[in-house]
Design a protein around this ligand. Sequence first.
Ligand SMILES: [Zn+2]
Length: 206
Amino acid sequence: MIDRLFGKPISDSTCVALDLSATNLDLLPSIYGNDIAFKAYIESKIGDKIGFGGYLEHRVIYETYANFATSSADFRNIHLGMDFWTKAGTPVFAPLDGEVRSFQVNHGAGNYGPTIILHHPAENIYSLYGHLSMGDLSQLEIGLPISAGQKLCHLGNSDENGGWPPHLHFQLIRDMQGLKGDYPGVCSQRDAEYYAHNCPDPSRYG
Ligand SMILES: [Zn+2]
């Protein structure tokens, strides 16, 4: 499925696995805590390839954002989707047939910014696209049919995507739990078992 997102296979010649886990000791607080240093770090790792990874990754990078802390004992730091890091403006294609379920701008530093959620009735699953460009939401309406392979959206820049180096957050969701335009992309260790089931690994799906 993930091969279809950028219209090319996720292979060594086009992509590089990116480790943003707590066990990556290169990723110092002075890097992930500084927008410019973090962007330079990502760029140094990916070059002109697509950096990818992050499913169920235990990350420290969220420490810098207040909206990930529900309490100090329940910090959300397990990443539930896959991230694809490449240039702002890069187009993203729908991986499956479906329809627009919901969309909105999720405001706040570290949040998704512009976000689209598709429903895929044949697979009985939803897909979420976060950190998009603002213009991607202007032509959408709820229920709009989307075909597999159709250009759906673009990676947003840091001014519109929640302040991140440009990347797509892509997440599969079985049960939306009644949410629209948003769904947690990161959970606490305590809730990881539930979310790991509700949000299957995109790299192993379809
Ligand atoms: Zn993400």
